[in-house]
Design a protein around this ligand. Structure first.
Ligand code: ZN
Length: 488
């Protein structure tokens, strides 16, 4: 007699449905699991046997063979405990073979109690995709339940409760929690930063265009304060993005994130490239993925190690990260805005005060992010108390919410203009005199091809922010101030 059930395991980052078959035949008592189980799955045999017996059910006598398919995926962890137990009980004719569209995701305690799985959300998504909408989980499995959109969790306390349900002797509890109303949570506000209106204007433009920004200034100039408050200028996440972010954070970290504010990740400069962009075995996402739809904040950029910084090139270009390890290939989302800060030179005064560094020292200082990585910064903003330009007189600092509402309007106008991708936004700038003039200036200043596109895009963001239909010379000149080539 063969009994079947469905469970799921993680294959890298993705959940994969596993069909569990159990065969009970005559012979000496033996319990074998085949289908690429790792040692943690093999260890579950003793747990499953005890759980079945302690639930008052009968562990079948004879030779038991459990097959986990597809055989090509290595099965790790304790998540298949319940599914294997159900298949064995079905093979022993103790449980009805129906419903067939149910999956079982729980660890078993020796007492038969069902224990929650940290990866249950991702496994449930995989089950829903394979037409298994009824997912039996532990009664303790509640975290992020509202994030389920195609499947329902049926909560059970013990293996006995599940077996009664399968035999039509009882019901399992089902919750359909409403999504919480997502609110913004902000610990700081741009109005706490005095003056620095030039830098704040730059950050406002960066928020409109989703532009990677480097804040350069002497120690104590306020660049870190500005960088930390950048997220307060970003519009709230739309519901689909919020769900994506919350489900990512729920699945992989212990952060109980539930907010409309875009996520901010600010790793310490000692972080490795694996910590920053993901990797390891099994593959785990890095900070760049946790910053998806939000901000990756790298304070004192040049303190980070070179390989970690170089690993950012791919996500900065592709907005995602592909990791291949031992036949496994995983695509991690990484669509973030990079906000970084740096001193202008080892002594911190170059371009702002009296610099005591040799030119060779300055060059060596910047060499860590030279070339392609430096080019990824659309805006390089000088942060200095005297850097406020006349156009923006010093007044009472503006609260983030007011800047944010301007940013929201400008972003809406930008997407209405294009309804297309960022690259199309850039090619939309069809004003011939603007194109010619910007190309002339770029050539004179030695700005790269990518840099020129970036300047045009910044000018377009400025125009949209100021309610001007087509960017012209004033927007171009303002955009060039945020390139700040003399600092590099
Ligand atoms: Zn210096």
């Amino acid at each position: 007699m063969i009994g079947t059930s469905y469970g799921a395991v993680l294959d890298g980052m993705e959940g994969k449905v596993v069909r569990v078959e159990a065969d009970v035949s005559a012979g000496l008592p033996q319990f074998t699991v085949v289908g690429l189980p790792d040692s943690s799955v093999n260890e579950s045999k003793a747990r499953i046997r005890s759980a079945i017996r302690n639930s008052g059910l009968e562990f079948p006598r004879g030779r038991i063979t459990v097959n986990l398919s597809p055989a090509g995926i290595r099965k790790r962890g304790v998540g298949l405990d319940l599914a294997i137990a159900i298949a064995i009980l079905r093979a022993g004719r103790q449980l009805a073979p129906r419903p067939e569209n149910a999956a079982f995701l729980a660890e078993l305690a020796l007492t038969g109690e069902l224990l929650p799985l940290p990866e249950a959300l991702r496994l449930t998504d995989a089950c829903a995709e394979k037409s298994l909408p009824n997912v039996v989980v532990s009664h303790l499995q509640r975290d992020g339940e509202w994030l389920l959109n195609q499947a329902t969790w049926q909560n059970a306390t013990t293996l006995l409760e599940v077996s009664d349900w399968l035999n039509g002797l009882g019901q399992l509890t089902t919750h359909r929690p409403l999504p919480p109303k997502l609110k913004r949570h902000e610990a700081c506000d741009m109005c706490e930063v005095e003056n620095l209106t030039f830098a704040k204007r730059g950050l406002e433009i960066a928020a409109v265009g989703g532009l990677h920004t480097l804040l350069v200034g002497p120690p104590g100039s306020g660049k870190t304060m500005l960088a930390e408050r950048f997220v307060t200028l970003l519009p709230s996440l739309p519901p689909t993005h919020a769900r994506e972010v919350v489900s990512l954070l729920h699945s992989f970290s212990n952060v109980d994130w539930c907010s409309a504010t875009p996520p901010v990740r600010a790793p310490h400069h000692s972080i490795s490239s694996t910590g920053l962009t993901g990797g390891g075995h099994p593959i785990y996402p890095g900070e760049a993925t946790f910053a998806h739809r939000g901000v990756l904040l790298l304070d004192e950029l040049l303190e980070f190690n070179r390989s970690a910084l170089q690993s950012l090139r791919e996500p900065l270009m592709e907005r995602q990260i592909r990791i291949s390890r031992a036949g496994q290939s995983v695509l991690l989302p990484a669509d973030f805005i990079l906000i970084a800060t740096s001193n202008p030179c080892p002594c911190g005064q170059y371009g702002f005060g009296v610099c005591r560094c040799l030119e060779s020292e300055r060059n060596r200082y910047w060499s860590k992010i030279a070339g392609p990585l430096m080019d990824r910064f659309d805006l390089v903003i000088a942060v200095h108390q005297s850097s406020s330009i006349q156009k923006f007189p010093v007044s009472m600092p503006e609260k983030s919410q007011f800047i944010r509402s301007r940013v929201s309007e400008a972003k809406a106008a930008l997407s209405a203009q294009t309804r297309l991708s960022l690259s199309s936004t850039r090619s939309r700038l069809a004003n011939p005199s603007f194109l010619v003039r910007s190309a002339e200036i770029a050539a004179a200043l030695g700005i790269s091809r990518r840099g020129l596109e970036s300047v045009r895009h910044i000018a377009n963001c400025i125009a949209v922010l100021d309610g001007i239909e087509v960017p012209g010379e004033p927007q171009l000149l303002e955009a060039l101030q945020y390139r700040n080539p003399q600092i590099r």
